[in-house]
Design a protein around this ligand. Structure first.
Ligand code: ZN
Length: 506
């Protein structure tokens, strides 16, 4: 075929993928609406709408037409005529197509029904701390995933196929290495912190804080970060989240706790970090499958960078503490910025992942990683989970849950079949520390900028190095291009050691 027909074919393909993005955006908006206050009585019917639209989207991703597009644009003579970005669009569609095509539709349908039932079974089980009622669901979900792994195929460890869904290219081999190195340093650091006599006073964090004032301060910090309110909004939900519909519409939510000044604030900064990523994807990628974050791990690196490395830093509070005091008149009289900083960084082994501090958080993730890996190499059965979970908590954190609700049942992920997702959180911490080191060097000092409240150059740098690329670069390409080396856990270890040795006077 000549150039002209090639161009015409590409135009058709672009229209086709744009239509898929339209379905995706509609589904995303409906989800946002369902989670932020849609009337209860409409939820059942609305869920059916989501089901129908998702079904249509799935059909588009595996259609005969899609197969023809992929075949055509995968031919070497046609590849030659494509730009770098266009090749990546084809790759992304092919990845999705291959993965979806390998699962018989009726098996996939059964699985979707199973996970929907399992999520509601999990909610009850968690509430009652009753693992037995959830166990049969989880066993089936693991079996389905084992079946899917065989159909998808795998290289090396079976769990690699699941990891690859959330962090393209990530493997057990690599994770064993980086988590191993991290654990080796974090466990003794935690022991030293627990033995330290320097314990931050945290009492003043637990007062009653007016919700409107919490909201006002959260909005102020978002604006300081460079969150674009003309391309987003902040709402309230039980579980905070960020959703990028397109770069011009990236919404976030937070949760206000009356007796905790930090929960909503750091939740907002975290989701704000996710949002900055999505708001700053290049317009050139609009309407393509590349118009999103490149992976869960890189996404999480941005939320955690803003939340922990900026929001929980000393220079941040030296700059913004006076504003916090003024926002809550009288409530922080006699509390210094330094005391506030120390309290905000208290380290304490706890049972609940989402409430964990910056240091022990990584151990919660390693426990889940070890367990998932073992479930898929067959060395642990679902029936062993209670025992294994409690053993690992004792081993890694020195504590054991009193009931399963605060133990093995605490997270929603497994009920939805999201095995392979958890490592993203700890990867995010590692990526964040590595990226922060480069940023610090290239911008001539991260702390100095934060201490001045000059956050915009930081956002601009991240937008240029990471955000604008969307999914056109893989996570490993991004980390290599930005920092000049592969993922290296030493940066996180150094950051944690330096920060917490100072706080706990080690
Ligand atoms: Zn996050």
């Amino acid at each position: 075929m000549g150039t002209e027909s090639h161009a015409a074919k590409w135009e058709q393909f672009k229209q086709y993928v744009k239509k898929m993005k339209s379905y995706e955006e509609a589904i995303g908006l409906i989800y946002w609406d369902m989670r932020t206050g849609a009337p209860k009585k409409g939820i059942a019917a609305r869920s059916e709408v989501v089901g129908d639209l998702s079904g249509e989207l799935f059909k588009l991703s595996v259609s005969e037409e899609m197969r023809e597009f992929i075949d055509y644009f995968s031919k070497p003579e046609h590849q030659e005529q494509l730009s770098f970005i266009d090749k990546r669009i084809v790759n992304e569609c092919k990845r999705e197509y291959d993965r979806s095509k390998k699962i018989p539709p009726e098996r996939y349908q059964e699985y979707v029904v199973l996970t929907a039932q399992a999520e509601s079974a999990w909610e009850d089980a968690k509430e009652q701390s009753d693992f037995d009622s959830f166990q049969p669901y989880l066993e089936k979900i693991v079996e389905f995933n084992q079946e899917f792994i065989e159909l998808w195929g795998y290289e090396g460890h079976k769990y690699n196929t699941l990891l690859d869904m959330y962090e393209p290219g990530m493997t057990v081999e690599k994770l064993d290495q980086v988590f191993g190195a991290l654990r080796e340093q974090v466990v003794p650091l935690l022991a030293a912190i627990q033995a330290s006599g320097a314990k931050p006073d945290t009492g003043f964090l637990k007062q009653t804080f007016d919700q409107e004032k919490q909201k006002k301060f959260s909005l102020f910090i978002l604006e300081q970060m460079g969150y674009d309110f003309d391309a987003g909004r902040l709402d309230e939900t039980v579980h905070p989240f960020a959703t990028g519909l397109n770069p011009g519409d990236v919404r976030i939510t937070t949760r206000y706790l009356k007796d905790d000044v930090n929960s909503a604030l750091f939740g907002t900064i975290h989701e704000g970090g996710h949002a900055l990523y999505e708001q700053n994807i290049s317009p050139e990628l609009l309407g393509t499958p590349l118009c999103t974050g490149t992976s869960m791990g890189i996404h999480e690196s941005q939320s955690r960078f803003w939340e922990n490395m900026i929001g929980r830093s000393r220079p941040f509070w030296s700059r913004y503490y006076a504003e916090l005091q003024a926002n809550y008149p009288g409530q922080f009289d006699g509390v210094s910025a330094e005391s506030f900083y120390l309290a905000t960084n208290e380290v304490k082994p706890s049972l609940i992942r989402i409430e964990a501090d910056e240091l022990t958080y990584n151990l919660h993730i390693m426990i889940r990683y070890e367990i998932e890996k073992a479930l898929f190499d067959g060395s642990v059965k679902v029936a062993d989970l209670l025992r294994v979970w409690n053993e690992k908590y004792r081993e890694y954190l020195g504590i054991e849950p009193a009931n399963n609700g605060e133990g093995v049942l605490q997270d929603v992920h497994w009920s939805g079949g999201a095995f392979g997702y958890f490592p993203s959180y700890a990867l995010g911490n590692m990526y964040a520390a590595q990226i922060a080191r480069t940023l610090d060097r290239e911008l001539g000092g991260l702390d100095a900028l934060v201490a001045k409240g000059d956050l915009h150059p930081i956002k601009a740098w991240l937008a240029d190095k990471i955000y604008r690329h969307g999914k056109s670069l893989t996570p490993s390409e991004i980390i290599l291009e930005v920092t000049g080396e592969e993922l290296n856990p030493d940066y996180l270890v150094d950051y944690l050691r330096e920060k917490y040795s100072d706080i706990y006077k080690l």
